[in-house]
Design a protein around this ligand. Structure first.
Ligand code: SF4
Ligand code: SF4
Length: 140
């Protein structure tokens, strides 16, 4: 998911015009306008990154260390709510399980997306819908 480094953005608006789903907008600041990405609307096409003359549109790959640090802080916060060593170990195990499930979801998603290969759009859509309904009925 792309994000905007506000310190680099000059407010030129090229990314706003390049976005095919209108997920980027300029927001007023005390100085110049800055681009803002609506993450719920973004379809990950990278067009905004391609046109930005300031390299202000950044990849979330760069935010991995911060994301890991936030997860570690969360894990520490949860564990520290327990007093005994045994309770803390139990909480740590539950936190590990939480991240293992997220990892399993990501790995399975990647495998399924890779399996779709180079299919034409109508076929791809049918497969995605079929998989979504299979997952939904499995969950119920
Ligand atoms: S193209 Fe780059 S510099 Fe221009 S508004 Fe978008 S993010 Fe800012
Ligand atoms: S990655 Fe594509 S969809 Fe997402 S904000 Fe940039 S141009 Fe828009």
């Amino acid at each position: 998911m792309p994000w905007i480094n506000a310190e680099r953005c000059n407010g030129c608006g090229l990314c706003v015009r390049a976005c095919p789903v209108y997920a980027v907008r300029l927001e007023a600041t005390a100085t110049t306008p800055r681009a803002f990405i609506d993450r719920s609307a973004c379809v990950l096409c990278d067009a905004c990154r391609d046109v930005c003359p300031e390299r202000a549109v950044r990849s979330d790959r760069e935010q991995v260390p911060e994301a890991v640090a936030a997860n570690m802080a969360m894990a520490y916060d949860y564990v520290s709510r327990y007093e005994t060593f045994v309770e803390q170990k139990g909480q740590l195990a539950r936190t590990l399980q939480h991240f293992r499930v997220r990892l399993a979801v990501a790995e399975r998603t990647i495998r399924q997306l890779e399996a779709l290969g180079d299919r034409p759009v109508p076929e791809l859509r049918a497969l995605l819908e079929e998989d979504a309904s299979t997952s939904h009925s499995r969950a119920n």
